[in-house]
Design a binder for this molecule. Structure first.
Ligand code: AMP
Length: 605
C-alpha cells in the first residue's frame, strides 16, 4: 500500500507487534485476503481504498473471527474502517435491533464515524446507522430508534440517557466499539463508559481504540475485554517535524493584544500572519505598523508586481511581517520565515497544512502558532486529527514576560551602540556636559534613554484586576451588534457576587457558573463535564470544582468564557433538562458557598 499511513503494510499475523516496525510480511495484503463481506468490498473499492492500512490488516481478521481487539492507533491511521468493515461484514440486516454500538467522545467524531459506516454500507440497503449525541433533539433520535437501527454511534452521556429512559434496547448487542477511549476518559466519561460495558450482554465482542494507553484504559481492557488481540500502529504526521506547533486559546476581542505580546517575546526573523479576509490583512498590517513593526499586507486584490515587491522586501529584511490571506501566500517560499501565525483559524485543515508549510523552509526550524477562540475548539481538533499531531497549548505572555524582554532589549541596544563609530563624538559632548553641570553619569544616561523613548509606556502596566477586565470585555461584547439583549443580561449577572479563583493546575482565572440540573435530575460530575465539554467545545482542563446541589449545580469554568460557549450550550440538556448555563448569581449571605458534595471534574474528592 501507499505510505499514506506512514507504515509498511504488515500481515495480520504480526498483530501483536508494532505493525509499523514489523516487516515480517513480504506479500502485500489486499482487502480480498481479509474475509470481508462482498458488498463492503465493493464499497471500499468505490471510495478508492486500494489496500488495507496496517491497522486494518491487523484488526479486521481477528474482529471477523470473533476476538476482542485493543488497537493503539491515532486518528488518520484508518482505524474507523478497521472496526466498521468487520462490524458491517457480520451484522444481521434482517434484525432491526441495535447489534453494534460505537461510543465516541464527541459529537463531531460520532457523526464522522456514522458517515463512514454509511459509506461502507452503501450496498447494504437493509442496514441503518443512527448517530445519537447530546445537543440534538431527543425527538429525532427517538423516532430513529423506533424505526430501528442495527448500528448506533453515540456519545456516552446521551447513550446513558437513552438507556435510563428505556428508549435504547441493547439486549441484542453483539459488538461494542470504544473509539478514542483515552479521549472519552479525559472528557470525564469513564463512569458512563464502564456502565455501558457492564450493563450490556456479556458475550459481546469489544474493540477498544485509543491513541494512548494510560493505566485507566489498561484497567478497562483487563476488566471488560476477553483475551484481546493487541495492535499498535503509529501514524506518520502530515506536517513536517521541524515545525513546532502551538496554539493559544484567546477570546476574539483579545487577539490583537495577544499578538502584540507574542511579537515582543517570540524570537522571530520573518513572520507570516494569516487572516481570513482581504480587509483584515490591511487592517492588521496597519495596526502592527502603528505599534512599530515593519509589516505589510498581501491579498488577492494586490497586483502581482506589488505582491512581488512586498515579498522581496520580506526577503531582504526591509519588512519582517507579512499579513496575508491563504490565496495571496500560496506557494510563498522565503527562507527567513521563522514563524507562521494563524491569527484567524483556517476552516479547512488543508489550508492549515499549507499555511504552516511556509515556515521551516530549507531544512530550518519553524514555529507555527494558532489562535483559537472557545467556539473554534472543534476546528483545532480537526487540525490535530488531519495533521496527526497534537498542538501544544501555550499561555498568553504575561506582563512580566513582556517587560523582561523589553528590559533585555534595552540592554542589548546599549551594548550594540557601544561599538558605533559615532560614539566618540557623543563621549566628548557628554564629558563637556558633565564637567559643566556636575550631574552623575547615570542620570545623564537615564535622561538620554528617556529622550529616545516614551518613558510612560516603556514598561507594560500590570494587567487590570480580573473584575475590571471582565467589565471591559463585557463592554466589548456589548458593543458588538450581534450580541443583543441576552449579552447584556449575562453581563449584568456576571457582576454579582462572583468569587474569583484560579485553576489549581493551570493558574487560569476561574469563576463559578450555575447549571439548572442537580441531584434531583441525578446529574453526575462526569455527565456535567461531558455535556459542557462536548457541546461547548471546552477541555477537561477547563473545569475546576463541580458542586452538585439539590436542584442545580455550580461548575467552575474559565473566567473569560466566550459568549459563543453560552450560545453553543443553549440547547444542551442533562437527563432531559436544559442546563441553562449562566454565571452563578451567588448564594445568599450566611449560607456556605459550597454544597456538601464537592468534586474535582469527573471525580469525587
Ligand atoms: P481514520 O483514521 O479512520 O480517521 O481515517 C483516516 C483517513 O484515511 C480517512 O479519510 C479515510 O477515508 C482514509 N482511509 C481509511 N482507510 C483507508 C485505506 N485503506 N486506503 C486509503 N485511505 C483510507
Amino acid at each position: 500500500m501507499s505510505d499514506e499511513f506512514g507504515a509498511e503494510r504488515t500481515a495480520p499475523a504480526s498483530v501483536d507487534g508494532d505493525a509499523q516496525a514489523s516487516d515480517s510480511a513480504t506479500e502485500p495484503v489486499t482487502f480480498l485476503d481479509l474475509g470481508i463481506d462482498e458488498r463492503v468490498l465493493r464499497a471500499l473499492a468505490e471510495v478508492g481504498y486500494e489496500n488495507p492500512s496496517p491497522i486494518q490488516a491487523a484488526t479486521i481478521p481477528p474482529l471477523l473471527s470473533g476476538s476482542d481487539v485493543v488497537g493503539l492507533a491515532q486518528t488518520g491511521t484508518g482505524k474507523t474502517a478497521a472496526f466498521a468493515v468487520p462490524v458491517l461484514s457480520k451484522i444481521d440486516g434482517a434484525n432491526r435491533k441495535p447489534q453494534a454500538l460505537v461510543l465516541a467522545p464527541t459529537r463531531e467524531l460520532a457523526l464522522q464515524v456514522s458517515e463512514a459506516f454509511g459509506k461502507y454500507a452503501v450496498h447494504m440497503p437493509d442496514i441503518t446507522v443512527l448517530p445519537i449525541y447530546g445537543g440534538q433533539s431527543y425527538g429525532v433520535q427517538l423516532s430513529g430508534l423506533r424505526r430501528g437501527a442495527q448500528i448506533i454511534v453515540g456519545t456516552p452521556g446521551r447513550v446513558i440517557d437513552h438507556l435510563a429512559k428505556g428508549t435504547l434496547d441493547l439486549s441484542n448487542l453483539e459488538f461494542l466499539v470504544l473509539d478514542e477511549a483515552d479521549e472519552m476518559l479525559t472528557m470525564g466519561f469513564q463512569e458512563d463508559v464502564e456502565r455501558i460495558l457492564a450493563d450490556t450482554p456479556e458475550f459481546k465482542q469489544v474493540a477498544l481504540f485509543s491513541a494512548t494507553m494510560p493505566p485507566a484504559i489498561r484497567k478497562i481492557s483487563k476488566k471488560y475485554l476477553h483475551d484481546p488481540v493487541e495492535v499498535t500502529v503509529k501514524a506518520k504526521t502530515a506536517t513536517a517535524s521541524n515545525i513546532t506547533q502551538r496554539y493559544l486559546q484567546v477570546a476574539h476581542q483579545r487577539k490583537l493584544d495577544a499578538l502584540t505580546r507574542l511579537l515582543e517575546v517570540e524570537e522571530f526573523d520573518g513572520m507570516i500572519i494569516f487572516v481570513r479576509t482581504k480587509s483584515a490583512t490591511e487592517e492588521l498590517a496597519e495596526k502592527l505598523r502603528a505599534r512599530g513593526h515593519a509589516a505589510a499586507a498581501i491579498n488577492g486584490d494586490i497586483v502581482q508586481a506589488q505582491r512581488e515587491r512586498t515579498i522581496d522586501q520580506l526577503k531582504d529584511g526591509k519588512i519582517d511581517i507579512l499579513v496575508a490571506t491563504d490565496v495571496a501566500a500560496r506557494g510563498l517560499d522565503v527562507e527567513r520565515i521563522s514563524h507562521v501565525v494563524n491569527y484567524d483559524i483556517p476552516h479547512d485543515t488543508e489550508s492549515y497544512v499549507h499555511r504552516i508549510g511556509r515556515t521551516g523552509r530549507a531544512g530550518r526550524k519553524g514555529d507555527a502558532l494558532l489562535f483559537v477562540t472557545p467556539r473554534e475548539r472543534h476546528l483545532l481538533r480537526a487540525i490535530e486529527k488531519a495533521t496527526r499531531q497534537p498542538l501544544t497549548e501555550m499561555g498568553l505572555p504575561s506582563v512580566e514576560d513582556v517587560n523582561a524582554h523589553r528590559v533585555e532589549k534595552f540592554g542589548d541596544s546599549i551594548t550594540e551602540n557601544l561599538t558605533n563609530d559615532h560614539l566618540q563624538m557623543f563621549r566628548r559632548l557628554i564629558e563637556d556636559y558633565v564637567g559643566a553641570n556636575d550631574v552623575p553619569l547615570v542620570d545623564v544616561a537615564a535622561a538620554l534613554a528617556l529622550q529616545s523613548r516614551d518613558g510612560a509606556s516603556f514598561l507594560l502596566k500590570p494587567d487590570p484586576p480580573e473584575r475590571e477586565r471582565n467589565a471591559r470585555d463585557r463592554k466589548d461584547f456589548g458593543d458588538r451588534k450581534d450580541f443583543g439583549d441576552r449579552g447584556d443580561r449575562r453581563g449584568r449577572d456576571r457582576d454579582r457576587d462572583r468569587e474569583p479563583s484560579t485553576h489549581r493546575k493551570t493558574g487560569r482565572p476561574m469563576m463559578p457558573y450555575r447549571i439548572a440540573v442537580g441531584k434531583r435530575q441525578h446529574a453526575t460530575p462526569s455527565q456535567i463535564v461531558g455535556a459542557i465539554a462536548n457541546e461547548g467545545g471546552l477541555r477537561r482542563s477547563d473545569f475546576g470544582h463541580i458542586s452538585i446541589r439539590p436542584d442545580h449545580s455550580i461548575v467552575e469554568l474559565p473566567d473569560d468564557l466566550d459568549r459563543d460557549v453560552f450560545d453553543a450550550l443553549e440547547r444542551t440538556r442533562i437527563s432531559g433538562q436544559l442546563i441553562n448555563l449562566e454565571p452563578d448569581p451567588g448564594v445568599p449571605s450566611g449560607r456556605p458557598a459550597g454544597g456538601k458534595q464537592r468534586f474535582r471534574a469527573g471525580r469525587k474528592r
